[in-house]
Design a protein around this ligand. Structure first.
Ligand SMILES: NC(=O)c1ccc[n+]([C@@H]2O[C@H](COP(=O)([O-])OP(=O)(O)OC[C@H]3O[C@@H](n4cnc5c(N)ncnc54)[C@H](OP(=O)(O)O)[C@@H]3O)[C@@H](O)[C@H]2O)c1
Length: 346
């Protein structure tokens, strides 16, 4: 973009937020390369679309995998990563009836949220209730959506059951502890890779914790459950942690696989399933947008309501600026996260 054009664009932006024809976005031009922040042109919106002024967007493992070409979905290059946002409605298409200019909203979509502006189908927006900040709201869609879908929809967790959460101090881990303890009244055993992370998980509601970077996780879980095992496992690490968790299931226990943060995918020994009548299942939470939108939407609304009531409280570990996106990605891959990492776009 020519310097004069950029200056005019920036002065427009100062005069009237949102009217600028160019906006800043994180761009992945080549897989595995660092992302760039570029000025990109706005496009007109379609009748069912809404232009959102992004305030914060979540950083997810999925974003990093996508930019490395290792995610289940691969957008054509170049693309802007990001699958969730919290922001304000700037402009609505002629058919839009669900939101109006100025409304505070969250969204979950396939890519494009790591930018100052994002165009979203009106269906995929949920209003942020009064009292919930943009920061908190940005931490909800993917992690809390996954937590509630994994615990309720997939594992059918019952009050009083024991739930083992691995990678428990991560963004999804803490959301799982919050939902399992405070919404479903389950007893959470947190499993994490350091004593500090175990301590945080205990502070956030877990009843007990196991550090899987040392000791024997299977034996520790046996002791903690009086030999009974756990009713539900929500597993995010893979490899040996996944195997130890599988061994620790109680009679008719259920394990939901949510990810492979450790990088190793376990081949499930199916004899273990037979002996104690256990089940192993998976979840790809945002796939519900396509396969069962009413269910996904119902859970989004519940989460926002729980947050407004104070029943759940997202833990934001770090906020990076949009320009610091590569540092934010490094923070996640270097296993430094505690709670949610978000990008501030303003
Ligand atoms: N299926 C779905 O719909 C869905 C939705 C959201 C997230 N997920 C998955 O859930 C997992 C956690 O996501 P998140 O957003 O909660 O991430 P996060 O906050 O970055 O937490 C990831 C945690 O994984 C653990 N980990 C173990 N080995 C690791 C390694 N080699 N590199 C990085 N982390 C490692 C770390 O905890 P310790 O140090 O305690 O081991 C880390 O804190 C990811 O695999 C993600 O893809 C899946």
């Amino acid at each position: 973009m020519a310097a004069a054009g950029l200056a005019q664009c920036l002065s427009h932006r100062l005069d009237k937020p949102g009217c600028c024809r160019y906006y800043r976005a994180a761009i992945c031009r080549k897989l595995k390369d660092p992302l760039a922040i570029e000025e990109v042109p706005s496009r007109p919106i379609q009748p069912d679309e809404v232009r959102v002024d992004v305030h914060f967007c979540g950083v997810n493992f999925a974003d990093i995998l996508t930019c490395r070409g290792r995610y289940q979905e691969s957008p054509p290059l170049p693309f802007t990563p990001g699958i969730e946002l919290a922001g304000q409605v700037m402009e609505t298409g002629t058919n839009v009836s669900t939101v109006k200019e100025g409304d505070r909203v969250i969204s979950v979509i396939n890519f494009n949220t790591m930018a100052e502006q994002c165009i979203v189908d009106q269906k995929k927006l949920w209003q942020i209730p009064e009292g919930v900040s943009y920061q908190e709201a940005a931490a909800l869609p993917v992690c809390y959506g996954t937590a509630i879908l994994a615990l309720e929809q997939r594992a059918r967790t019952q009050p009083g059951e024991t739930v083992l959460v691995t990678a428990a101090a991560g963004a999804t881990g803490l959301a799982l502890i919050d939902v399992a303890s405070n919404i479903l009244q389950a007893k959470v055993i947190a499993a994490a890779g350091s004593d500090e992370k175990c301590k945080l998980a205990l502070q956030r509601g877990a009843k007990s914790a196991v550090n899987y970077s040392r000791g024997n996780m299977k034996e520790e879980l046996k002791k903690l459950t009086g030999g009974q095992g756990v009713n539900v496992v929500i597993e995010a690490v893979g490899g040996d942690v996944c195997l130890a968790a599988l061994h620790s299931l109680a009679w008719e226990g259920r394990m939901v696989v949510i990810g492979f943060a450790g990088g190793s995918i376990l081949s499930i020994p199916s004899n273990l399933l037979l002996v104690k009548n256990t089940s192993v299942m998976g979840i790809y939470s945002t796939r519900y947008l396509k396969e069962n939108f009413p269910l996904f939407s119902k859970y989004m609304s519940s989460i926002l309501q729980y947050c407004q009531e104070g029943s759940i409280k997202p833990h934001i570990g770090r906020i990076f600026k949009l320009e610091e996106i590569n540092e934010a990605f490094e923070h996640v891959t270097q296993r430094k996260t505690t709670g949610k990492v978000i990008l501030s776009v303003k």
